[in-house]
Design a protein around this ligand. Structure first.
Ligand code: DON
Length: 556
């Protein structure tokens, strides 16, 4: 059980975590959190609840909630020896090739990798949610799909944030009449906040899934509609690709940190490997004594991040295609070697570790939710279309936004993807391969029981956001609201600067510059949605960095 620390004066304004005795759902969207709670109240377990939230967010939070994308789910059933990792990451279509995004001059064509039908990986979300439900759920499939179907068919009052977000993307959507028809009214005008927003095509897709399960999406009408949209617009995904897609159960990445067990997502996510690798490197140091967000602490953490992300560029990729040295990377002896050349007074220039290139930035969107039920079953789920609304393309007749996850591959060695991440052969494009991800759904346990489920969107910044959550709670004894609200920072080896949020001490920044770091202020790093088990119940907290998030609890 975590000690819930006192809230310090500096955080006195921080909103409090929600408390409940019988379970908790924390997600980035209030209607979806309520769906999760309703399912728990109806006798569903945390997995039923998570599956229902996953389908509901495809309706209520279309910028990241999805049927046309992919993600990762970690499930820890009460009494089980370990969590189970469900990989429902998108796959490259059969016709994909390593050079498919290179133009005649050999340069990466970002339009092709990000905003066209060629950018789309074979969607995994429906397969993943259904696999989780089959394996661990208690309620019938129709029951976990019913709330999403109702929200799509009957509609819901357009939330102000969604109205604004859709309007903000009008230019990107304008290229695709099928998208315009879904997100704007028939006359092309935007929905105003509070107006009824219905998505009948999406409702029909969800009903086919409720009726026929996996086959209701990966074959039949929905698959035919997606494949037809691909054919019309030069995309690669065929009905054969869709029929072949399967979600995969993989061995979870496991590590320990100061008496807690840390479980997180294995490859094709880089998240779990590097989270454990960084925690291993940090273990020998008295982080708590050095203090939260103090110069020595940040300096050390940045050096640790730099080394982990350098390894990421070289060693991480889809384990079905590339032999990822997971055991080596997460070995404490390797961590001990890596920290050997950290100078506690001086930054290691990244180009002395590995060469790199500058980064580009594209507005991203992913979403995470965490659920723990009264029995102690825990789910930590992160899923995405990659960018907000993915490619921005809705496959005609489906209401489904299509991901642009193909951009997460390394299209060319040394050429950064949208998150400035570098890669090479390990993450090169190949038919049926899964692009490398940073999504890091995580479950922290003590004495065999889940005590914390957390995760975040944010592309490359996800892993370091989750790392800081864990240190804030375990080392710095913060409650989850304070731990979430505290200013974060990020380093990813290249570009060689510390990104930081408002709120870092001026003296700390000066001390970091004196150690040789370059600092760059950014708006927000990640957005954590966390549930924690405490003495008499559960605490939930949804990050305020992105609006509309809400933790909702279940009481008697
Ligand atoms: O899988 C990945 O690492 C990225 N596609 C995640 C994108 C993301 O988190 C965008 N969210 N803010």
């Amino acid at each position: 059980m975590f000690f819930v620390g006192a809230i310090g004066a500096a955080q006195a304004q921080q909103p409090q975590a929600v408390f409940a005795t019988k379970g908790m759902v924390a997600s980035a969207e209030a209607l979806a959190s309520q769906v999760g709670v309703d399912i728990l109240k109806a006798g569903g377990n945390a997995v039923d609840s998570a599956v229902a939230v996953g389908f509901a967010m495809a309706v209520t939070f279309p910028r990241a909630g999805n049927l046309g994308g992919g993600g990762f789910m970690l499930v820890r059933m009460a009494g089980a020896a370990a969590s189970v990792a469900i990989d429902y990451r998108e796959k490259a279509p059969l016709a994909a090739t390593s050079t498919m995004f290179l133009d005649a001059a050999g340069a990466v064509d970002k339009d092709l990798s990000r905003f066209r039908h060629t950018s789309v990986g074979v969607p995994g979300t429906v397969a993943g949610l259904l696999l989780a439900h089959r394996r661990f759920g208690r309620l019938p499939r129709a029951a976990v799909l019913a709330p999403a179907i109702a929200l799509a068919e009957n509609g819901f009052a357009m939330p102000a944030a969604l109205a604004e977000s859709l309007q903000g993307r009008r230019q990107r959507f304008a290229r695709w009449p099928a998208t315009m028809a879904v997100v704007f009214k028939a006359d092309g005008t935007a929905y105003r906040a509070g107006e009824l927003f219905r998505q009948p095509d999406l409702a029909a897709v969800l009903k086919r899934i409720a009726a026929a399960g996996h086959a209701g999406f990966y074959s039949g009408t929905t698959a035919a509609l997606i494949a037809a949209d691909m054919r019309r617009h030069g995309g690669l995904i065929t009905q054969v690709d869709l029929a072949a897609y399967q979600a995969v159960v993989r061995p979870v990445i496991s590590g320990s940190y100061r008496g807690y067990q840390i479980e997180a997502m294995p490859p094709p996510s880089s998240g779990g490997v590097h989270l454990v690798q960084m925690l291993n490197m940090l273990t020998p140091f008295p982080i708590a004594d050095w203090g939260h967000n103090q110069a020595p602490t940040i300096h050390l953490m940045v050096e640790v991040m730099r080394r982990a992300y350098a390894d990421r560029s070289q060693h991480l990729g889809d384990p079905d295609f590339w032999s990822v040295p997971v055991a080596g990377l997460t070995d404490r002896r390797y961590a001990a070697r890596l920290i050997g050349n950290i100078d506690l007074q001086k930054a290691t220039p990244s180009d002395s570790l590995q060469p790199g290139r500058p980064q580009a930035y594209e507005s991203p969107e992913t979403t995470h939710y965490s659920i723990i039920d009264a029995a102690g079953n825990a789910v930590s789920n992160t899923y995405t279309l990659n960018f907000g609304y993915g490619t921005g393309i809705v496959a005609a007749g489906t209401g489904i936004f299509l991901n642009n996850e193909m951009d997460d591959f390394s299209a060319k060695p040394g050429s950064p993807n949208a998150y400035g991440l570098l890669g090479g052969a390990a993450n090169a494009i190949a038919a049926e391969k899964r692009p490398l991800s940073s999504m890091t759904p995580t479950i922290v346990s003590r004495d065999g029981a889940a005590v914390l489920a957390t995760g975040s969107p944010g592309g490359s910044r996800i892993i370091t956001s989750v790392l800081q959550m864990i240190l804030n709670v375990i080392d710095h004894r913060m409650d989850i609201a304070t731990a979430t609200g505290a200013p974060r920072f990020h380093h990813q080896w290249w570009p060689d600067h510390i990104r930081y949020e408002a709120g870092l001490d001026e003296a700390v920044k000066t001390a970091l510059r004196q150690r040789g770091h370059t600092l760059k202020k950014v708006k927000a790093l990640g957005s954590l949605h966390t549930v924690m088990r405490v003495k008499h119940g559960f605490l939930g907290f949804s990050d305020r960095r992105r609006s509309r998030g809400q933790a909702i609890g279940v009481d008697d």
